[in-house]
Design a protein around this ligand. Sequence first.
Ligand code: AMP
Length: 400
Amino acid sequence: MNILVINCGSSSLKFQLIDSDSEQVKAKGLCERIGIDGSRLVYTPAGKDKIVNETPMPDHSKAVSLVLEALTDPENGVISDLSEIGAIGHRVVHGGEKFSTSVVIDDAVLEAVKECNDLAPLHNPANLIGIAACTKLMPGVPQVAVFDTAFHQTMPEKAYLYGLPYRYYTEHKVRRYGFHGTSHSYVSGRTAEILGVPADKLKVIVCHLGNGASVSAVMNGKCVDTSMGLTPLEGMIMGTRSGDMDPAIIEYIANTEKLSLSEVMKVLNKESGVFGLSGGLSSDFRDLEKAYNEGKVEGKRAFEAYSYRVAKYIGAYTAAMNGTDAIVFTAGVGENDPLIRSMICDYLGYLGVSIDEEANKKRGEEVVISTKDSKVSVLVVPTNEELAIARETVRLVGGA
Ligand code: AMP
């Protein structure tokens, strides 16, 4: 069955068409600048060069219709008719406490997702627009919502509650939810397969280090803690997000820099992290690694603070699970940056972690980077959220 996987942002739409039998990607692409001047579709059919179509996209509906035209195009399309799309899987960012697993989308689900909009005001409305556009253009095709938060719903209360007045939780849903759940689920499951140990007998720490970054503790196949919170701002130092900090900084900076609350929040989301620490040099680890290797203080400062924070969380999650069998790196930085992996693992001698520096040189591939006598396995497992969404979609709508 062909599954169309859709990940809608407020002005973007990423897609992949995946054959669920072979799990091969038939085509993929991205619509950028939806609703903004200069919108374009970048479309890549498998085995061919990418095709760029610069054309106005006033809304997501137009974007979806252009994607469907590209997929069925006589020359560069990969299917001859839309009836060859068996189901659609949507990434939905926030499912609150309402969704602990993926679901087939119906009116009740749409209503429940809408009720989570206040928890993810930038993302959930965009996800809903994407679903509506698909319903309009492909009526009758089953659609599935796969939530970024669902995998973390197994966290115990002691891990998800903040030390705040309890009624903030009961009345305003203020708690830790966690994100990147599809990735944490896929990567921890794949780790169990690689190690040849049943997932329900394994303690895994997954380090999803991309532009956004989160670490999770997965015990016996279930998430018991994760570093992101009510929003994705908590936890790691990220590309441009601050991660953990003293909340009193918000008022202090608002007063000293004469900023409004929303301006401070913008700084914490868009101008902080390694970008901020490097004095605005870059949020991209390729640039920072170059700076580090050239001995620039900006690169050193950012890398040292970044890797220290990840190592601290690994220590915390080892304690939470009373040990760990495996530590896994994934996402853009985790998969591709041997220096960051090595700097993090340098802190882990107390766990008996020993890294094979040759294996750790690899970028972007599935590899065990610990030595044979390491007490904890350390792996790189490229994440594949689209494939995980396609699998969930098939699981729910049936593969016939
Ligand atoms: P993601 O959010 O998972 O797509 O990760 C994106 C980030 O991965 C980029 O901003 C880069 O910082 C990082 N990245 C991608 N490729 C490399 C690479 N070859 N070396 C180091 N970092 C990389």
